[in-house]
Design a protein around this ligand. Sequence first.
Ligand SMILES: Cc1cc2nc3c(=O)[nH]c(=O)nc-3n(C[C@H](O)[C@H](O)[C@H](O)COP(=O)(O)O)c2cc1C
Length: 260
Amino acid sequence: MIREKKTAPWAANIVAHRSYNRLNEELVLLKKYQPPVVITALGSPIPVIETVHSYAGLVFADVNSVKYAKKAADAGVDGLVLVSSGAGGHTGAITGFAFVEAVREFWDGIIVLAGGMSTGNSILAAQALGADLVYMGTKFIAAEESMANQLYKEMVVQATNEDLICTDAFTGVHANMLKQSIEKAGYDPSQLTSKKEIDFQNPQGKSKAWKDVWSAGQGVNSIKEVQPAAEIISRLKTEYEQSLLNMEMAKTWLKTEVKN
Ligand SMILES: Cc1cc2nc3c(=O)[nH]c(=O)nc-3n(C[C@H](O)[C@H](O)[C@H](O)COP(=O)(O)O)c2cc1C
């Protein structure tokens, strides 16, 4: 008997910013390959929603503020990805605690929490807050399977939170960048100037964000070695289960205290 392999749905990530000139071509590809989930980044999800809903796919919008979460909800997305402070890549400025609470006031759809989460404990904490799913980006940069440059992986393994600089100098949007990569690319981290606006057609400066200047989120501390993704995931599972047990023990303790 051949058992059908159970796999998670795959997702496509679409840059939805108005200055991104491949959006129309990518909409054609979405229609052709029909990814079950499409995640929009950096712009309004509206152009993507019609295409993806036409084949019954789901649209999740990356949002980095409560204002954008409201806009995306009104536009008709199926899920909101709350990119909170401490995230790798483009980051929000609001903590996950405040972000989920604020969005739950007007949204009962799917919430994915993103930003600084890198252990099983943080997954349980996100659930306690009211999130349905979490994103982990930084956690997998140094995975063996990751296509990141070897030097980038080594930098992530060595880095601590002290090595992160949150700047909009490279892309026009605040992003957490590794100080050592900024220096390696020939910039003085103390002399960075704000890029002011996002423009995918005219990237500014000699170094390209992500390719030459590398990002990591505040979860970087937990990354101690380059490991296969399966080991990272297995560790997350163990931590999550241990965290659940700890909560059970806390619950039992609380019950006893209340009785006494
Ligand atoms: C190097 C890097 C590149 C990223 N590129 C994208 C991207 O192209 N599109 C996107 O939606 N999010 C992107 N992200 C953000 C992640 O999807 C996710 O929101 C973030 O990594 C979560 O925070 P964490 O890194 O603290 O786990 C990127 C993150 C990193 C670290």
